[in-house]
Ligand binder design. Structure first.
Ligand code: PHE
Length: 446
């Protein structure tokens, strides 16, 4: 494929208006909402944590999201070039490179879990998922087997094909079909889980805030989760922003993505928690929650294997739309930097990612699980370093660029008056201070 990057004008590929909104929602809605959000909320006591998450989403997340989109559209390129263009200093490109690396690293473990969802979809449809009722044992046996390797390769192949097709006939088209589909099946699931015996108890746990459950640590986790869930801090929204037409409203897009992300998190919680309370599963069971809790619910409902199959397929699709955004970050960088066509850049990125993605999968329940350095195995390290260090760092760079260095940010967003002031205030003070707090906490300083 020919290069689509013009030396002066930047990238020449564009989304349609609706296509961009759906692709941005597709990027934000993913395993972060269904898998990570539910188990982290479960580990942090439920309702009060959900409120904190919403606060983080609105006070920090959405302002940073708008900042990323503005930087991408004004820079018309990947994180590296947009950072150096708008700051007027070449060394800012190195800060943008942190984001490119973060996206690359997140993909290695994100694709592992995405692969699991494909396996669960097939097992559910065929019915073999329901042969045993000990879903924890089923999960343990699966993650210890070699099957996750093959499912992860499937994720790579599917994602690679869509990315290679480009912005409008690949990413945009795919999202337009699957994002509305996902909503429909989730609502069907919701009707089922809200009529389960334990629904009232589950809803109470999820929505009734008990602030005594909160710790300072929870606040930091809520912020990190808001970042992850909105796809911030790794140049993903920034890169999508580069493909947005000038006349499209970035603030409207930001609100749409925020609403979409929150809606999917809310629905996910309303599916998971009634289920855990009905079937006696501890809500703080950890990362296996979706894979261990939901099969019990499917087993207990009519046509459960079909619902289960649909649910896991759509979960896989939600994960794939996020993978698209993750992979586009390094692909856009390579296309611009080395003048590669899209196909060549995609193949190159995929191969490089896979070299790391394979051992990461083996560390998630497989033979490398017990190989730890300083208490964490490879999978845990990647999750920890990206979510807790690189993402907030990438977010911090965006806030500094937009708040203090690049003067055109306000104009690019189209915000006026009070809204502009509030936004700049968050970018200059609230967001960076909260992000720095996260670091001090993890560094053990506070
Ligand atoms: N936001 C995605 C999710 O919630 C994860 C993601 C992060 C996707 C960064 C793309 C870029 O699952």
């Amino acid at each position: 494929s020919p290069s689509t990057v013009d030396k002066k004008a930047g990238t020449t590929e564009r989304f349609s208006s609706a296509g961009f909104i759906l692709a941005a929602i597709g990027s934000s809605v993913g395993l972060g909402n269904m898998w990570k959000f539910t188990y982290v909320t479960g580990q942090n006591g439920g309702g009060a944590f959900f409120l904190l998450f919403i606060a983080c989403l609105f006070i920090v997340g959405l302002p940073v999201l708008l900042g990323e989109l503005a930087v991408g559209r004004a820079g018309r390129g990947d994180a590296v070039i947009s950072f150096s263009k708008l700051s007027g200093k070449k060394w800012w490109g190195a800060l943008g490179f942190v984001a490119v690396m973060a996206a690359f690293l997140v993909m290695t473990f994100y694709s592992t879990i995405a692969g699991w969802t494909l396996h669960y979809a097939v097992q559910s449809i065929s019915g073999s998922l329901f042969e045993s009722t000990d879903y924890q044992a089923v999960y343990d046996a699966f993650t210890a087997s070699s099957a996750p390797i093959w499912w992860q390769i499937a994720i790579f192949v599917i994602t690679g094909i869509v990315i290679a097709k480009g912005i409008s006939s690949g990413i945009e088209k795919f999202n337009k079909i699957v994002i509305p589909g996902l909503l429909i099946i989730l609502v069907i699931m919701l009707v089922r889980t809200l009529t389960l015996d334990g629904a009232a108890e589950g809803i109470r746990y999820f929505l009734y805030p008990d602030f005594s459950q909160l710790t300072f640590q929870s606040a930091l986790e809520a912020l990190g989760l808001a970042f992850f869930s909105l796809s911030l801090g790794m140049g993903a929204m920034l890169t999508y922003g580069a493909y947005v037409e000038k006349h499209q409203s970035l603030s409207a897009a930001t609100l749409a993505v925020g609403a979409g992300d929150l809606a999917y998190a809310l629905i996910a919680g309303l599916i998971i928690f009634p289920t855990t309370f009905t079937f006696g599963i501890a809500p703080n069971a950890g990362p296996g929650l979706v894979f261990v809790a939901l099969p019990a619910a499917f087993a207990a409902m009519p046509f459960g294997n079909l619902f289960g199959g649909l649910f896991f397929i759509l979960l896989a699709i939600a994960a794939i739309t996020s993978c698209l955004a993750l992979i586009e970050v390094p692909v856009a960088y390579l296309m611009r930097k080395y003048g590669h066509g899209r196909t060549k850049a995609t193949v190159f990125v995929m191969i490089a990612m896979y070299v790391l993605a394979l051992p990461v999968t083996l560390a998630a329940g497989g033979v490398l699980t017990d190989v730890t350095f300083a208490g964490r195995n490879l999978f845990d390290w990647l999750d920890f370093v990206t979510s807790n260090i690189m993402l907030p760092l990438g977010g911090l760079f965006v806030t500094i660029l937009v708040g203090f260095v690049w003067k055109g940010a306000g104009e690019e967003t189209g915000l006026k008056g009070w809204w502009l002031k509030a936004w700049l205030f968050s970018m200059r003070y609230i967001a960076p201070i909260l992000i720095v707090l996260i670091f001090l906490k993890y560094a053990g300083i506070i």
